[in-house]
Design a protein around this ligand. Structure first.
Ligand SMILES: [Zn+2]
Length: 257
């Protein structure tokens, strides 16, 4: 379950079960914070100002942000203080060809950007490892979630049953109409046939994959909130096309825990 909360007068969504983790800062932004992605049409100055507003509200400086240049791929990068600031002030410095970020370090804010694609947030609360992945249909089909679970094990010897995963607000099966050529790449039970055409359930697709990998149901938190339906809070590429801004998914590990 996710909660709609207010931070400095602006709305954020958070995983209810994660609010008790005082070592963790996390959230998914809304339109309140404006467009947060540098790779969109808005002026760089406006985006940087929006990012600063968010940074100030969270008490984390913008120089700590780390972002990837998302390409709907499945590459995941381990982040240390060496990557601090990559993509924070310019898109050119974002980590190339990177749709997933993972770290056990403090003082780096993992950020990724969305306007319908599925944000996957991962934590391991014992050793305090944080990670996120950008999963549209390509990333889901390419199993970026499986790659992430693999990285947890390879880098930190964490078992799937120890990982908690949250699926954030994103386009739902109510609105995610796809062509036959996309639909047929997925299991039949993930595709809804309606009068208007075929609709893909990316939430269920990711949930199924995560369970198969060994993530336990009690550790999966699905927002079940559609960005296209919920115009009050979210930008949506399907609804707004090129004018769509981007929300940010955020994860940060505080020092001193
Ligand atoms: Zn919808």
């Amino acid at each position: 379950m996710w909660n709609r909360v207010t931070e400095q007068g602006f709305v954020l969504w958070r995983v209810k079960a994660w609010e008790e983790y005082s070592w963790l800062v996390h959230g998914f932004t809304t339109r309140d914070w404006g467009n947060l992605a540098l790779h969109t049409g808005d002026s760089q100055g406006v985006i940087i100002d929006n990012r600063k507003k968010l940074s100030n509200a969270l008490g984390i400086e913008l120089a700590s942000w780390v972002t990837g240049s998302q390409v709907h791929g499945t590459n995941i990068q381990q982040i240390s203080h060496l990557e601090r600031g990559r993509g924070a002030f310019s898109q050119d410095s974002a980590l190339q060809d990177t749709d997933g970020l993972i770290t056990d370090q403090t003082n780096v804010l993992l950020a990724s950007f969305y306007a319908d694609c599925v944000p996957l947030l991962f934590i391991e609360p014992q050793r305090k490892i944080i990670a996120m992945a950008h999963a549209g249909w390509r990333g889901t089909l390419g199993q970026i979630d499986a790659n992430m679970v693999k990285q947890f094990h390879k880098l930190y010897q964490v078992e799937p049953k120890e990982i908690e995963v949250a699926i954030g607000p994103s386009i739902g099966p109510c609105c995610y109409q796809v062509g036959q050529e996309v639909a047929e790449k997925f299991n039949e039970d993930l595709v809804l046939q309606k009068e208007e055409g075929l609709f893909l359930d990316l939430w269920q697709a990711n949930a199924q994959q995560l369970f198969k990998l060994g993530v336990i149901p009690e550790h999966l938190f699905v927002a079940n909130i559609c960005t296209r339906c919920y115009a009050q809070d979210f930008f949506s590429y399907r609804r707004e096309q090129l004018k769509a801004g981007r929300m940010a998914a955020l994860l940060y590990k505080r020092e001193g825990f």
